[in-house]
Design a protein around this ligand. Structure first.
Ligand code: ADP
Ligand code: GLC
Length: 694
């Protein structure tokens, strides 16, 4: 906020003239602040929640059978000390230098913020670090120094103008690298007692046989420090998995004031320097605070002007400068630490400028040798703002503000679009979404741009962290269970959940959970439309989420009018989320679009059957139940239509109430399904190798 005062003039001028259309769309990014509570209203538009009548489900929903359901039987060393501040080229002011006072810097930037303050983040007890973790190793950290990648990518300097190309399939980027495998099993799949379905245990690799690569993750959130959605989960889990594949991983994050005190206290001061930023004419303080955990090094970029908010995302007027600063500071910090990674793996629009900086202002600095990957977790958010403002804050050369790169239209620039043009590879979080975003329906106006770059685009589906999500050890649960005893013990969790939420305690009821950001993306208008038809006397619904007021209010209304059968938990509560995954019978994910989706994976791993719309990662991870063959993992519908959602729910109920044997089989099959990061992390590693063949 101090920044607002000091720069207000400049900023206002820059910002004013073209706050532009795109702006308001993201102004309310889906920030659900990790730190519990509130949550800025999200996303753009807002359809009226309660739509008209639910279209008659086409397939005719089987009548929901009433009869009582028989209760189912039941250290990576923080890079050696100081390293010569690698010559910093075009980069920020020769770090250090001038004493702080001289810079107009409002918030007297602290020199050595070793123990800086940090609002205690009112957060709730995150189950995160609870670490129930099953055995498993822990790959050696890695001191390794990254050999410079071959040489700066042959990436376009000023990318060519986009043109429409025919829809292409998620581009096959040559799969070169050998997947090194080795020794057999360790990951012994949970013991199966009765029923079938055990998936092959993944072979365990002998890490020493794998080629080593160093990777810097750059993104805006990461569990357990700050999380508003799945991006935080991925930024936490994937690096840990990559360490097991002989990667030396550093995760670079903003040091938000809302990061819980317990983590702030563990951070170690790693250094500081000053960096210029765009047209501000100022040198900004960049502190580096480090925290090492399970072989992953976390470097937090410290600057109290930019990262004071209690919420990572606020509004674009503040977020654009914040992430211009962060993207540039992240690269400058790598130079400063003299830790030059082989790969720089950026995530979403907040790190979208990184690939652009890498090939422009940082091109002739040490970090300029790294190859870059930009992962799209959610194309809806792109960091769009008027051109003068983004020029002003980024300080990027005019040459990148063309239609092939940052320019969006006559008025606006788009940070994600620029990153996509300059990144050496683009990935997104499922194969289907990689295809979908090249179409007008899901492309968020970047479909042409993505088709143009389809040769470097690929989809790699997310997984979930098996230590964080493990019903056998999860401390949040009323009773732990595994594949072998789920049929006996899941019911205890259902009863405990009903008790906790004030629902009628009856294990015979069909409990449907919904855990989600309450935004337009998530298909909540469909849910609101059909709640009355779903609540048939044998069904209960539990909603956990925060977001748009219209959805929050709609669900509060249903709770008020359906006491004992509908629970609206309008909050962000990790531990409760775990209990819902364990206690519900089914989990709804009827998204309008879903790049990957993690809640359906968590649900399956907890023996809770997903009911999802066939889009993005939901389509790739949930195979529809087939009544005749008994195969499948859940219940699905295709068109975005309330009647079809109702039909899918009714099909699930029918199996639950009339064919419990089959239902239980699916429960076990889902728990045995491999939704871990193992396979996907290998694909990322292959991609890293493919980009660094020397
Ligand atoms: P998105 O990233 O679009 O929000 P994902 O399905 O990828 O959706 O990830 C959502 C993650 O956030 C999951 O880990 C889910 O359990 C968690 N989550 C969402 N809402 C809440 C909430 N209100 N309380 C606790 N966890 C939540
Ligand atoms: C985004 C998407 C979600 C995905 C998550 C992690 O928030 O909305 O589908 O699972 O990122 O990649």
């Amino acid at each position: 906020m101090a920044r607002k005062k000091v720069d207000s003039d400049v900023k206002k001028t820059a910002v004013k003239e073209a706050a532009a259309p795109a702006a308001e769309k993201e102004t309310k990014a889906p920030v659900k602040a990790a730190p519990a509570e509130k949550a800025a209203p999200v996303e753009k538009k807002t359809e009226p929640v309660v739509e008209k009548k639910a279209a008659p489900a086409e397939k005719k929903a089987e009548p929901v059978v009433e009869k009582k359901a028989a209760p189912a039987e039941k250290k990576a060393e923080p890079a050696k000390k100081k390293a010569a501040p690698a010559k910093k080229k075009a980069e920020p002011a020769e770090k250090k230098a001038e004493p702080a006072e001289k810079k107009a810097a409002p918030a007297k930037k602290k020199a050595a913020p070793a123990k800086k303050k940090a609002e205690p983040a009112e957060k709730k007890a995150e189950p995160a670090e609870k670490k129930a973790a099953p055995a498993k190793k822990k790959a050696a950290p890695a001191k390794k120094k990254a050999e410079p990648a071959a040489e700066a990518a042959p990436v376009v300097e000023a990318a060519p103008v986009v043109e429409a190309a025919p829809v292409v399939e998620a581009a096959p980027v040559v799969e070169t690298t050998p997947v090194v495998e080795a020794a057999p099993v360790v990951e012994a799949a949970p013991v199966v007692e009765e029923t079938p379905v055990v998936e092959e245990a993944a072979p365990v690799l002998d890490i020493s046989t794998l080629p080593r690569r160093s990777v810097a993750f750059i993104g805006s959130e990461c569990h357990p420090f700050v999380k508003t959605g799945g991006l935080g989960d991925v930024m936490y889990a994937l690096p840990r998995e990559l360490v097991k594949l002989n990667c030396d991983v550093r995760v670079i994050l903003p040091r938000y004031a809302c990061i819980p005190r317990k983590y702030q206290d563990k951070m170690v001061y790693r250094g500081e320097f000053y960096m210029d930023l765009g047209g501000t004419g100022r040198d900004y303080y960049v502190g580096i605070m480090e925290y090492v955990c399970d072989g992953v090094v976390y470097d937090f970029i410290d600057n109290q002007e930019f990262f004071t908010s209690g919420n990572p995302y606020t509004n674009l007027v503040d977020d654009i400068p914040k992430y211009c600063f962060f993207s540039k500071a992240a690269l400058a910090a790598l130079n400063y630490m003299n830790w030059i990674p082989d790969i720089i793996h950026c995530h979403d629009w907040q790190a979208g400028l990184v690939p652009v900086y890498l090939r422009t202002l940082f091109k002739d600095t040490p970090v300029g040798r790294a190859r870059s990957i930009l992962t799209i977790h959610n194309l809806r958010f792109q960091g769009i703002f008027n051109i003068p403002t983004i020029k002003y804050w980024s300080g990027l050369p005019d040459s990148v503000f063309n239609m092939g790169a940052l320019q969006q239209d006559y008025v606006n620039a788009n940070m994600l679009k620029g990153g996509l043009a300059y990144a050496d590879r683009i990935t997104t979080v499922s194969g289907t979404y990689a295809w979908e975003i090249q179409t007008a329906e899901y492309g968020e106006r970047l479909e042409d741009h993505l088709r143009y770059h389809s040769g470097k685009l690929r989809g790699i589906v997310n997984g979930i962290d098996y230590e964080m999500w493990n019903p056998e050890t999860d401390p949040a649960l009323a009773e732990n269970y595994g594949l072998a005893n789920v049929l006996n013990h899941k019911m205890e969790n259902k009863k405990a959940l009903q008790r906790e939420l004030g629902l009628v305690e009856d294990e015979g009821k069909f409990v449907i959970g919904l855990i989600s950001r309450l935004t337009n993306q998530k298909g909540l208008d469909l849910v609101s439309t059909i709640v009355p038809q779903v609540l048939d006397g044998n069904t209960q619904i539990v909603v956990l989420g925060t977001g748009d007021a219209q959805y929050e209010d709609s669900f509060r209304y249903y709770e008020a009018t359906n006491k004992g059968t509908f629970s609206a938990c309008i909050q962000y509560d990790e531990a409760r989320a775990h209990r819902i995954y364990a206690g519900a019978d089914a989990l709804l994910v009827p998204s309008r679009f879903e790049p990957c989706g993690l809640t359906q994976l968590n649900a399956m791993h907890y023996g809770t059957l997903p009911i999802v719309r066939e889009t993005g990662g939901l389509k790739d991870t949930v195979q529809p139940y087939n009544d005749f063959t008994g195969e499948g993992n859940g219940f699905t519908f295709d068109r975005y239509d309330a009647g079809l959602l109702l039909d899918a729910i009714n099909r699930a109920k029918t199996v639950y109430f009339t064919n419990r044997y089959h239902w239980d089989e699916i429960v076990q099959r889902d728990m045995a399904k491999d939704v871990s990061w193992t396979n996907s992390a290998r694909q990322y590693k292959d991609l890293y190798l493919e980009l660094t063949q020397w």
